[in-house]
Design a protein around this ligand. Structure first.
Ligand code: F6R
Length: 604
């Protein structure tokens, strides 16, 4: 997740760019840079570290020009170094660009470009586009960018400039991009806050849009060059509302960011041809005989999903308990044990202490973390970043989805390395993983239906959540989301366990949310639904698109798209997040800062 700004007009571009980057600071960054079109050609200044490092570098540098682009980076491909910082330029320096997102096929493109004589200065996926644009360029930058984009696969928001043109060419797919309209000047940004000091008239670009922005106006086409009409809208947001992307709460914004969060977790790591994933880990999965998951709360449920996957796909015995229990149970650990610590913040003290305990006992360690440079990342041997971007809502949503995706990546890698997952099976899974961002987008469209379900059940005193196998953690997470932001009591159980006690709770006042997606245990789950029905309970089923049978059994059905059963939790948890959100709003709760909770729990 990166911040993008662009300017063309009459002001000093550097001032507008730095101001915009400052306003996107909440997106997080580990390097920053600007490119300005000066009378001497394009000038690029970029630095690793915070924006202040770039500001320092710009002191005493005269960058006079009224057109430029700026970027703050949240590193995915390549460490946060000066060369990897954006903008990226071609060797002759006449074309430069900034990019947010991931070009999944950049490795093959890079190899081909190298073979054709292009030299690379960074390890980023972004740089390939600069070279592709250079190859396509025959005097029309707008056309060259479109042709170059035809060759990349993945998610992106890009802005490209050329020394010979007074224009910015911008394009997006999945990653956000918005144009700000002025008088004799125009702006570009990945998020509205960067535009607010200058204009409130904006055009939100859609997937597949390519725009040419000059000081006089904006022209938008699709990738094939066909004109598309996009309406300019007037945003009346305060700065705070703008940081929420126009959503009333950070939590809702973060729920809606999930498609491109999945792109950034998965994109570029999926090797479909090889039936494998690229994780860049030195750890040899063959040396691991046992995995112990260490995490708390939502992260621990992602870990429980990881346990199911590691056992199913990689056949590695995996233990799971919450970090605060792990620490004190005197776990059995040896040098072939891998402690898998999962954390959004990387600062949760229970997780850190449990990890230290595992390390003291001789375990190998791997962190699955969102926050760069956090304590956990410094204490593990290796880190697998989930690339979810900053999560501000206290209730974790997008980090959970990214953690689930990271678990799937790990399980496939381990399964392949240990020779227990064959190439064809793995390819099938990878193909399904590729679809996930789009499928999650489809689920988000169900929000009106979910709001309707919330309306019907928000007065309930208690909720029960049930799921089996990989959907057990989904049930736990659904119940946790509901209780923490709505304060309604919610419990979750593996569906088969219900008859051993919780069934006594069921009456006509108890809504029971059942994860009943297609998979080997579908029939068994239907039996559990029958048991709930027989006792008057109200069933809210999360089911697979096309399942008509379930309509006869459940009062409410929320459909999610068909996907491989092992990946179903990634699409199924989204309606549960929305259900919790809608109920909390109806009850007037403080969604982003629920009572008694903190974003990062640094006490035991
Ligand atoms: C729930 C939630 C918490 C965290 C837990 C661990 O919505 O956010 O349960 O998941 O406190 O936090 P991290 O992942 O930062 O270690």
């Amino acid at each position: 997740m990166c911040g993008i700004v662009g300017y063309v007009g009459f002001r000093k571009a550097t001032d507008v760019l730095l101001d915009g980057l400052r306003r996107l600071e909440y997106r997080g960054y580990d390097s920053a840079g600007v490119a300005v079109r000066t009378p001497e050609g394009l000038r690029v200044v970029k630095r690793s570290g915070k924006l202040s490092a770039l500001e320092e570098a710009l002191k005493g540098v005269e960058l006079s020009g009224n057109l430029g682009i700026g970027h703050t980076r949240w590193a995915t491909h390549g460490a946060p170094t000066d060369p990897n910082a954006h903008p990226h330029a071609t060797e002759d320096g006449r074309i430069t660009l900034i990019h947010n997102g991931i070009f999944e096929n950049y490795l093959e493109l890079k190899e081909a470009l190298k073979a054709r004589g292009h030299g690379f200065r960074s390890e980023t996926d972004s740089e390939v586009l600069a070279h592709l644009v250079e190859e396509k360029y025959r005097g029309d930058l707008f056309l060259a960018v479109r042709e170059a984009l035809e060759e990349v696969r993945g998610a992106y928001a890009v802005a490209v400039i050329h020394a010979g043109h007074e224009e910015i060419v911008a394009a997006r797919t999945v990653s956000p991009l918005v144009i700000g309209l002025g008088e004799g000047e125009n702006f570009l940004a990945s998020d509205v806050p960067a535009l607010l000091p200058y204009t409130r008239r904006v055009i939100f670009l859609h997937d597949g849009d390519v725009a040419r922005i000059t000081r006089e106006g904006v022209e938008i086409t699709d990738l094939q060059g066909r004109p598309v009409a996009r309406e300019a809208v007037e945003v009346d947001w305060t700065l705070e509302a703008a940081e929420k992307g126009g959503f009333p709460h950070y939590m809702l914004k973060e729920i809606h960011e999930q498609p491109w969060v999945l792109e950034s977790t998965l994109g570029g790591r999926l090797l479909e041809e090889e039936g494998d994933v690229a994780l860049d880990l030195a750890l040899d999965p063959k040396e691991v005989e046992r995995v112990q998951v260490i995490a708390c709360g939502t992260a621990s449920y992602a870990g429980l999903y990881g346990k199911y996957l590691l056992e199913a796909l990689a056949r590695i015995p995996t233990e799971w308990d919450v970090a605060s229990e792990y620490r004190y149970r005197d776990p059995l650990v040896d040098g072939k044990t891998l402690a898998l610590a999962i954390s959004q913040s990387g600062e949760t003290i229970d997780t850190l202490e449990a990890l230290r305990e595992a390390r003291r006992k001789g375990a190998r360690t791997l962190g699955v973390v969102n926050a760069k440079g956090s304590s956990l990342t410094r204490e593990v041997e290796e880190v697998l970043y989930i690339h979810a971007g900053p999560e501000i809502g206290v209730a974790s949503t997008k980090a959970y989805l990214a953690m689930l995706a990271a678990m799937a990546l790990l399980a496939v890698r381990f399964g392949r390395a240990r020779g227990v997952l064959d190439r064809e099976a793995s390819r099938g899974l990878i193909r399904e993983m590729r679809k996930l961002p789009r499928l999650v987008e489809e689920v988000l469209e169900k929000r009106p239906l979910i709001a309707h379900v919330a309306e019907k059940y928000h007065q309930a005193q208690d909720f029960l959540f049930l799921g089996r196998h990989v959907q057990t953690p989904t049930a736990y997470e659904g119940a946790l989301k509901l209780k923490e932001i709505s304060y309604i009591h919610a419990e979750a159980y593996p569906a088969g366990e219900m008859k051993h006690g919780p069934i006594a709770l069921i009456d006509e006042h108890l809504p029971v949310v059942v994860l009943a997606t297609q998979g080997p245990l579908y029939e068994k789950t239907l039996s559990n639904i029958q048991e709930v029905r027989a006792r008057g309970g109200k069933v809210i089923a999360i089911a697979t698109e096309g399942d008509e049978e379930i309509r006869k059994l459940a009062q409410e059905v929320i459909y999610v798209p068909q996907v491989h059963p092992l990946l179903a939790p990634i699409v199924s948890v989204v309606p549960l997040q929305l259900l919790a959100y809608e109920i909390a709003v109806l009850l007037g709760r403080d969604v982003d800062q629920p009572r008694n909770l903190a974003k990062s729990v640094t006490v035991e």
